[in-house]
Design a protein around this ligand. Structure first.
Ligand SMILES: [Cu+2]
Length: 136
């Protein structure tokens, strides 16, 4: 029994830290929708939703200026744009979105920041983190 529990704990830790491969479902099932803001009476925004653009430049296989750290509001539309001089795959953890990038090319991942938390994006093949995204 003791061993089983220890193993499960270890497996749990693995799921949290492991990258790629694991097809684990997120531990917190977001079944409950966020409370509707009762204060929003007049919405006079334009039709086009504004996206927060996160641009990252990869040079010599490394993010220029180091890991980009950005905060966005929950529900925000985010455009993650990665220019790279090497072939790799951009992987946004948590949301589990992937996009291949060619040398000299651009990978664009557009998504809505629905899940709160801190997420990293990396160059998957290099196992190199390029972004720390906080959704609050
Ligand atoms: Cu990854």
């Amino acid at each position: 029994m003791r061993i089983a529990i220890a193993f499960m704990a270890a497996a749990g830790a693995l799921v949290l830290t492991a990258c790629g491969g694991s097809k684990s479902s997120s531990p917190t099932e977001p079944t409950t929708t966020a409370s509707t803001p009762s204060t929003a009476s007049h919405v006079t925004t334009t039709a086009l939703p504004k996206a927060t653009v996160i641009a990252i430049q990869v040079k010599d296989g490394k993010p220029v200026g180091g890991i980009t750290r950005t905060d966005v509001e929950k529900g925000r539309l985010v455009d993650l744009v990665v220019h790279s001089d090497v072939a790799d795959e951009v992987h946004l953890h948590g949301y589990d979105l992937h996009r291949d990038v060619q040398p000299g090319g651009t990978a664009r991942i557009r998504f809505q920041a629905k899940i709160p938390g801190v997420f990293e994006a990396e160059l998957e093949n290099r196992k190199l983190q390029i972004l720390e995204l906080t959704v609050r």
